[in-house]
Design a protein around this ligand. Structure first.
Ligand code: FEO
Length: 404
């Protein structure tokens, strides 16, 4: 793999993972990259490592530029294994290097590796490291998205190495946003950003706003954002920052996602008149069957829509398992600024729709009750009730949307 100079004497030395499709349960149909960066300065500095499967690749990349024994400093912005699990291989080659890491990062790293022989400098926001012509400034970003997380700003290069933030799970021949958009489109790139945000950063909107405000207050002037996944933002780094702030502020599409599963097609049948009711109110509607769709896609579609209707049959008096799994996953992401409702079918006893509403209440979402339910098989009257429910729900979505 060829390295790529992203700024004078600063090189991308990472790895492309074309094949990964399941990233700790998050489905990645486009693969991903593990980006890390080598600064060739008076004191050679490596910022981040890669997932262990790719350690030979990043080492080859580094060796194409320098002898790894020359690396004097290693910055670890984040200790999740996709970024840190090859550090032992790097340390074997440069055992006296100084590792710059947050306090929580060090404590976590101690759990993954025998670090007793490694050298550490614990850093906090505002601490700096001069590598010669470049000054690295550290910025703690706790819970964006792990407690240890931080970013590294390279002042003279106007470069923000942002770790997971502003990343995308995209394995591509393009290393930069403008290259990607030449071959694909801005829409495709934006979709990858939304996908990543929805599945990883959804709980942290307020933290994101606070951190962007802190970056502005610190006066960090950057013209490039280099995340640890996906393409590097050099053409318009402000675009992804604005995109993040919009999402953190609750901006989303005036549309409805219907997320459902079905046993004998009764709940599935209900999606049609409900969807038609929503369309009759002039809103777009995306319908997702859970067992036919990766969880991360169903989460993303929720996030892209102001309103969400969940359809579930009752099985043994409770929600259908795939729907329960979905709502549990969603609750963990602490969704905000969305309005929800439920519908479903039952045989001899209901319970699922009520349970779905209880789950929405636990999440603190705005809800439209009581939803709609049918016994066994939808009749023509049930179809009418579903259509009216779709219409009523869409009206509430439009009303709620005006708050944002
Ligand atoms: Fe890409 Fe939080 O790891």
């Amino acid at each position: 793999m060829k390295t790529v100079e992203i700024k004078p004497d600063i090189y991308w030395v990472g790895a492309i993972d074309w094949g990964v499709r399941d990233f700790h349960g998050y489905i990645t149909p486009n693969g991903t990259t593990y980006n890390n960066y080598l600064i060739l300065d008076r004191d050679i500095t490596l910022v981040d490592t890669v997932k262990h499967d790719f350690s030979e690749i990043t080492i080859d990349n580094i060796q194409s530029l320098i002898d790894p024994a020359q690396i004097k400093n290693i910055v670890i912005n984040h200790i999740e294994p996709d970024h840190v699990s090859s550090i032992d291989k790097i340390m074997d080659l440069t055992p006296n290097a100084m590792i710059y890491i947050t306090d929580k990062g060090k404590k976590g790293l101690d759990r993954y590796f025998d670090t007793t022989k490694w050298n550490f400098t614990i850093v906090k926001t505002g601490h700096t490291l001069s590598t010669g012509k470049y000054t690295l400034q550290f910025l703690e970003t706790p819970m964006l998205h792990w407690p240890d997380s931080m970013m590294t700003y390279v002042k003279e290069a106007k470069l923000l190495i942002s770790q997971d933030a502003f990343g995308q799970h995209l394995a591509t021949a393009s290393r930069f946003d403008d290259e990607f958009c030449e071959c694909a489109s801005h829409a495709e790139l934006d979709e990858s950003v939304v996908d990543y945000y929805a599945n990883i950063l959804m709980p942290f909107g307020q933290l994101i706003k606070n951190k962007v405000a802190e970056v502005q207050k610190l006066g960090l002037d950057f013209d490039m954002i280099a995340p640890d996944h996906g393409v590097i933002w050099r053409n318009d780094p402000g675009r992804v920052v604005r995109n993040y702030l919009d999402m953190a502020d609750g901006k989303t599409g005036l549309r409805v996602a219907i997320i459902y599963d079905t046993m004998w097609h009764s709940t599935e049948h209900m999606t049609i008149p409900i969807m038609q009711g929503i369309k009759a109110e002039g809103l777009d509607c995306k319908v997702i069957k859970l067992r036919a769709t990766p969880m991360s896609v169903a989460i993303k579609e929720f996030w892209k829509s102001r309103g969400c209707l969940v359809g579930t049959p009752t099985l043994n008096n409770i929600m259908f398992p795939s729907v329960a799994e979905y709502l549990t996953h969603l609750r963990g992401l602490r969704p905000k600024n969305r309005i929800a409702g439920a519908f479903g079918s039952f045989g001899w006893g209901g319970g699922a729709v009520k349970e779905a509403y209880e789950e929405f209440k636990r999440m603190g979402l705005e809800i439209v009750e009581p939803g709609v339910q049918v016994n066994y098989r939808p009749s023509a009257n049930d179809d009418t009730a579903c259509f009216e429910f779709g219409k009523a729900f869409a009206q509430k979505v439009k009303e709620y949307h005006t708050k944002f």
